[in-house]
Design a protein around this ligand. Structure first.
Ligand SMILES: Nc1nc2c(ncn2[C@@H]2O[C@H](COP(=O)(O)OP(=O)(O)OP(=O)(O)O)[C@@H](O)[C@H]2O)c(=O)[nH]1
Length: 405
């Protein structure tokens, strides 16, 4: 190899190395910003950190798309909390009525009695006040008494008594005549009869009052009102709805009882009245009450049927406790029919007292005398209106005073 060749190779190597070095330096320069620009950027980043970071030239990896959110599962509706049923409001305890005291009721009801019986009292007084009493006058007195349903026997007795006294005592003064009439009427009604309700039991058992009579006379009403009379006297009572013929009667009785805080024993409609009576007295004994009042049905058309039923009711009740009173209810407005009923009942059951209802609706108050005479038992109560306390213990003097008012 020649020297020239060696020189040529050396020159080539130098040229290639120089070119490579220049290329590296120029590349380095192109990669950085110029120095003053570099200073400004540095300052900005330090002094104003809120500025966005300068973008690096290196390409930033593309952010992966966020994974699609899985669709949220459909929310299962929460079951509605079961609503607690609103508690039914406690029924207000019924306000119990305080019945009117029985004593003195007849005086309160006197005006009603006087209104209905005006013709009887005024008719008698008008004739007796005359200066002289001839046969025609005495006939007039007789007719007035008969028209008021006093009955033939008691009318004859009264007329005889009056005639005798007027003659013997030489009565001319109308006031004196009035006094004599008053005394004779009271005597005829019987002032000394025991008219108290026999409602006291023996041996720690309750008294038992059986109420009988034809339907419609006011039996159920009477039982309800008697309960009030007893409650007013501070006695405890149980009612027996032994009128099983009429469902409404038991309902009616229960309502009467509830008003004064008295329980009612009922049976199925059409059931055996004797068994209701039995149950009522049994409850009365269990509850330790003073009195059991038993309503019965009067819807019986034959005497035999009536006898069977009432006899059975009484017999069955008496397996528990003796019946202390049998009250017969008579509607005063039915006149002679009422008298016939009294006779039939008197034959089938031992009646011990009479309740005369609807005396406010008739001028025939003489039935008080007639019915007592017929049955030989006293009138113990009279009904003088539809009010709850319009049942009054009967008092002969108050009654006659109202008649002669
Ligand atoms: N004016 C008046 N009405 C009365 C009297 N007593 C009862 N009454 C009325 O008579 C009607 C019949 O009375 P109730 O008690 O239903 O007769 P009841 O005898 O029980 O009849 P049944 O249950 O069908 O056997 C009712 O409208 C009562 O208000 C009274 O003294 N005067």
């Amino acid at each position: 190899m020649t020297t020239l060749t060696l020189l040529l190779i050396l020159a080539g190597v130098v040229v290639v190395l120089g070119a490579g070095l220049g290329l590296v330096i120029s590349r380095r320069r192109a990669e950085l910003p110029p120095p003053d620009e570099l200073d400004a950027i540095t300052e900005e980043v330090i002094e104003h950190p809120e500025h966005p970071e300068p973008q690096l030239e290196e390409p930033v990896a593309k952010p992966k798309p966020a994974p699609k959110p899985k669709p949220a599962p459909e929310p299962v509706p929460e079951p509605e909390p079961a609503l607690e049923p609103e508690p039914a409001p406690e029924p207000a305890p019924p306000t119990l009525e305080r019945p009117e005291a029985p004593k003195g009721r007849l005086v309160r009801l006197r005006a009603r009695l006087a209104r209905s019986q005006g013709t009887l009292g005024k008719g008698l007084l008008a004739v007796l006040g005359r200066a002289s009493l001839d046969d025609a006058a005495w006939e007039e007195i007789e007719d007035t008494l008969l028209a008021a349903d006093v009955g033939v026997g008691p009318t004859d007795e009264l007329v005889e008594q009056l005639k005798t006294r007027m003659r013997v005592e030489g009565i001319k003064d109308p006031n004196h005549a009035r006094t004599v009439l008053r005394e004779e009427l009271i005597a005829l009604i019987g002032p000394s009869n025991d008219r108290s309700l026999k409602s006291t039991g023996a041996d720690g058992k309750p008294g038992v009052v059986l109420v009988v009579g034809v339907n419609g006379t006011g039996k159920t009403t009477t039982v309800g009102r008697l309960a009030r009379v007893l409650v007013a006297e501070d006695k405890s009572v149980v009612l027996g709805a032994a009128d099983t013929f009429r469902a409404a009667a038991a309902e009616q009785l229960q309502t009467w009882g509830e008003r004064v805080g008295v329980n009612t024993v009922r049976g199925p409609e059409g059931g055996d009245p004797a068994s209701v009576g039995f149950d009522a007295v049994q409850k009365g004994i269990a509850d330790g009450v003073d009195v059991v009042l038993v309503d019965t049905a009067g819807r019986l058309h034959t005497k035999a049927g009536l006898m069977d039923e009432l006899g059975k009711v009484k017999r069955v009740i008496e397996k528990q406790a003796p019946v202390t009173e049998v009250l017969l209810v008579i509607d005063a407005t039915t006149g002679q029919n009422g008298m016939t009923q009294a006779r039939v009942f008197g034959e089938v059951v031992e009646v011990t007292g009479i309740v005369l209802t609807k005396l406010d609706g008739t001028a025939k108050g003489g039935i008080v005398i007639a019915v007592q005479r017929e049955l030989g038992v006293p009138v113990k109560f009279v009904g003088l209106g539809e009010g709850v306390d319009d049942l009054a213990p009967f008092d002969p003097e108050d009654f006659v005073d109202a008649l002669l008012e």
